[in-house]
Design a protein around this ligand. Structure first.
Ligand SMILES: Cc1ncc(COP(=O)(O)O)c(C=O)c1O
Length: 379
């Protein structure tokens, strides 16, 4: 059996998520109900009650795949449904990419900090994984010379995450282009996890990696920018249809197809995406302003590791508290407020703040964080 690393953040969330009053560890933009979607969008979601509940289209419905292809297309790079494979969330998409590409004898380079899955899964499949540390001096972006120097003759895959979880840093197009050139010149595939795209609320929108490299692979989902994690639906997009066929054949053993009901809801949300994204840009921008005010007025108790440019999460440093895991556990137990401790991401002394959730959740959460830091116990 392949040996698997403990998935720290998922275990932590599972332990506390259902038992707190305010969730500031949430990474999704405030999840929507169907009733709220009806109000936001010009049309109502109508489930076809006469449709037979079969497995549906195995790789995802042609309508949904075509729409996702269109979202990832540009004037220069036109994609079709053949470039899209539907999965159970981005988590299954990322898993499938490693399952199809990484094994014993392969070398993989993965940025850190990032979502642990991105380095743990290729390692689980027997690949040799090296970490490219994102540093403050580089604006928490991949350093191109450092990345190039890490490449070995057997490097098969470079893994990026844009926007980054947990930092909120965004790799701009010019740097993505440099990475694409380095990788393409050496026949290395790049997987860019774009699950937080297009939440580029505080910067210009970079190109999707699928635009920049013919062998580039991107993953995404309904969870974060589209506020619908309950629709367990994600995707892999690539111009490399041979790779997609390989991934689809691997997927045969663990998916068959994704729920046809989820497929229909995802199509409904994506065809009304402008309204949903407008709501979520406003939410992230206003909540980020709330968070900046909180940090500013904290007199140094809390500070940003990096002011986020995109996504819905960022890291704050908690002055004088090294063991933020114990602190986060105490916050969850005694104050009923959830922050993700960044021991889960390998940076002690920090907490991850999810600022895409409702403003009430964030405001109350920050208030309780301040009380806990000052040692004031909730009654
Ligand atoms: C970077 C990253 N990739 C993938 C996922 C999984 O998302 P999904 O809900 O689409 O499976 C997450 C979830 O937190 C994430 O942060």
């Amino acid at each position: 059996m392949p040996s698997q690393e403990h998935f720290a953040i998922e275990r932590f969330m599972d332990e506390y998520e259902e038992n707190v009053d305010f969730n500031v560890a949430e990474t999704c933009c405030h999840s929507l109900t169907l009733n709220e979607l009806h109000k936001l969008c010009d049309e109502k979601f109508e489930l076809n009650y006469d449709k037979r509940l079969t497995y549906g289209s195995i790789c995802g419905s042609p309508e949904l795949r075509s729409l996702i292809a269109k979202i990832h297309s540009s004037q220069n790079v036109q994609l079709t449904k053949e470039n899209v494979l539907i999965t159970n969330g981005a988590i299954a998409a990322n898993f499938l990419v490693s399952y199809a590409l990484a094994g014993p004898g392969d070398h993989v380079i993965c940025v850190a900090p990032t979502y642990q899955q991105l380095s743990s899964v290729p390692r689980m499949f027997g690949a040799d994984v090296d970490i490219l540390c994102l540093k403050e001096v580089d604006g928490y972006l991949p350093h191109i010379a450092e990345l190039t120097a890490m490449i070995k003759p057997n490097t098969k895959l470079i893994v990026l995450n844009n926007p980054n979880n947990p930092l909120g840093s965004v790799i701009p197009t010019d740097l993505l282009e440099k990475i694409a050139t380095v990788a393409d010149d050496r026949n290395i595939t790049v997987l860019c996890d774009e699950v937080y795209s297009p939440l580029f609320h505080s910067c210009g929108q970079p190109k999707s990696f699928v635009q920049l490299s013919a062998r580039g692979i991107v993953t995404g989902s309904m969870s974060k920018a589209y506020s619908a994690a309950g629709v367990r639906l994600g995707w892999i997009v690539s111009r490399d249809t041979k790779f997609l066929e390989q991934a689809a054949s691997r997927r045969d053993y663990n998916t068959i197809s994704v729920s046809m009901v989820d497929d229909e809801i995802a199509h409904y949300i994506l065809r009304n995406r402008d309204a949903v994204l407008k709501r979520n840009y406003t939410l992230c921008t206003e909540n980020l302003a709330t968070l900046k005010d909180f940090v500013k007025s904290s007199n140094g108790k809390f500070s940003f590791v990096h002011e986020p440019e995109g996504g819905s999460v960022c890291l704050i440093r908690v002055s004088g508290i090294e063991d933020t895991e114990a602190f986060a556990r105490s916050l969850a137990t005694h104050y009923k407020v959830l922050f993700a401790p960044v021991e889960c991401f390998g940076i002690p002394g920090t907490l991850r703040v999810g600022y895409g959730n409702s403003n009430l959740e964030l405001t109350k959460g920050l208030e309780l964080l301040n009380k806990a830091y000052n040692g004031e116990l909730e009654k």
